[in-house]
Design a protein around this ligand. Sequence first.
Ligand code: ZN
Length: 176
Amino acid sequence: MAILNILHYPDPRLRTKAQPVERVDEGIRQLIDDLLETMYAAPGIGLAATQVDVHKRVLVVDVSEEGDEPMAFVNPEIVRAEGWEEMQEGCLSVPEYFDVVQRAERITVRALGRDGEPFELEADGLLAVCIQHEMDHLAGKLFVDYLSELKRKRLRKRLEKQARVQGAAPEARAIY
Ligand code: ZN
């Protein structure tokens, strides 16, 4: 296992659209394990392959209190979505920034697991939000895209300033 380098906004590589995985082989399982290790170390509750500059449709999440319920999704698709909810989000690729985003309240997601077997999962609350946030990454989208142009400009300025002063350290809150 290895801790991978996480790309930071506004790195253009975060805009890459991930490619579907053809087969869940040893390489994909290794990627899943590395994503989980990187996510736990950050610490975060979700991580998409895009964030570590690997452009395959793979993401991991763990929204449990103890951090002992790792989940992996390969080629995830949302097959049903209903309701709306707003939650404050943060992102490992946008350090030290939090804002409210509106997303579907309940989703059904279909994916392949680490074992390559298809499964379907119904999710709500934080898990539903986290999966949608990570799936956005796979599409080259960031949660700050939901903000106003003015907010985004200010954020970009602040991050550029931070990067010049020091390597920006992510803080310990719910970050995906
Ligand atoms: Zn994120």
